[in-house]
Design a protein. Structure first.
Ligand code: FAD
Ligand code: FES
Length: 305
């Protein structure tokens, strides 16, 4: 059988290293464990659209698997041997210690190669990296999750978190937009989110396709459908950078404080741990100071969006 070669250094596992969990929000992430690579096998692949697939990964070593922890909003460096590494948001529940899910869009060299692998293939991960959404601080308030296109991928982990702690939150609304209906991801989970978890899901597409009976327009049009007290609401906004300004300015006009709006920034990354400077915006490292930022900080970060 072809031997799989990993670039990521393998190290002896030290249980004490695992004791430090992921960082608290608004604190630069602790990077002490992130140099370690974990070998994983791909246990399931779901084709979501022509451009996106959901990969289910299982850390092969049972001890590493049971000790691996992350917080909603964090990302991994995913290595496909022979091709390279890419930063990808963790898209599954952080209470699931058996599997990790990554929703990946075919974009270039590594992600296109990932689209050719099959179940049983081996990959490696480093991480988790970066800051997370302040889920504990949000408790007791309403939450508004707003996603455009692939932005639903990083938004899934906080959504799972809310599902699992549903009684801690007030109204939970998800506004999700895509260019066309066939690009809406995770449609098979919509009913579960709405019916079991009392989440109000609102979808919209820019352009209808045959059979679409839902709304057509821009994501901000969906604000007409919700009536919540914005002063008692936190928002998580994930999507293309152009969406941040439009959506967050809208939320600002509706009265939501900017330090209660959270966005996840994407930059080219190499090390993921504050060493290579590849991801810097001014003096800010997107990989360790972010990727999750409150909108107030991002607004004051030159060229961030
Ligand atoms: C914190 C973080 C989380 C991410 N989460 C996800 C995710 O959950 N799912 C997902 O599909 N993608 C995610 N991405 C984007 C993903 O990392 C890139 O699509 C990937 O690195 C492209 O690698 P490639 O080798 O396939 O493409 P390349 O051949 O390197 O590049 C192909 C094209 O993609 C652009 N590109 C490459 N990297 C990035 C980037 N980081 N941001 C924006 N454009 C880029 C290039 O400019 C080029 O136009 C995330 C990025 C970051 C920084
Ligand atoms: S990716 Fe290397 S410093 Fe951020």
């Amino acid at each position: 059988m072809h031997e799989v070669r990993f670039v990521i250094p393998r190290q002896e596992i030290n249980r004490e290293d695992f004791a430090s969990s992921a960082p608290d929000f608004n604190r630069r992430s602790e990077v002490m464990n992130t140099d370690r690579g974990f070998k994983c096998s791909i246990t399931n692949i779901v084709r979501l659209t022509g451009q996106e697939k959901l990969f289910q990964l299982r850390i092969i070593d049972p001890t590493e698997r049971s000790l691996f922890r992350f917080k909603p909003g964090q990302f991994l460096m995913l290595e496909l041997p022979g091709y390279g590494e890419v930063p990808i948001s963790i898209s599954s529940s952080n209470s699931n210690h058996e599997f990790l899910e990554l929703c990946i869009r075919k974009a270039g060299h590594v992600t296109t190669a990932l689209f050719t692998i099959e179940e049983g293939a081996q990959v490696a991960i480093r991480g988790p990296f970066g800051s997370s959404f302040p889920m504990d601080e949000m408790a007791g308030s309403n939450v508004l999750l707003i996603a455009g296109g692939l932005g639903i991928a990083p938004l899934r982990a906080p959504l799972f978190w809310i599902n699992e702690h549903r009684d801690r939150f007030g109204d939970v609304n998800v506004l999700y937009g895509a260019k066309v209906p066939s690009q809406l991801l995770f449609t098979y989970q919509f009913d579960e989110w709405k019916m079991i978890n009392h989440i109000n899901l609102h979808t919209i597409v820019e352009r209808a396709e045959e059979g679409w009976t839902g709304r057509t327009g821009m994501i901000t049009d969906l604000f007409e459908d919700i009536s919540i007290d914005m002063k008692k609401t936190w928002a998580i906004v994930c999507g293309p950078p152009v969406m941040f300004k439009v959506v967050c300015s809208h939320l600002d006009r509706l009265g939501m404080p900017m330090n209660r709006m959270f966005v996840s920034l994407e930059r080219r990354m190499h090390c993921g741990m504050g060493k290579c400077c590849r991801c810097m915006v001014g003096s800010t490292f997107t990989c360790v100071d972010g990727p999750v930022f409150d909108y107030w900080s991002v607004m004051n970060l030159k060229e961030a969006i």
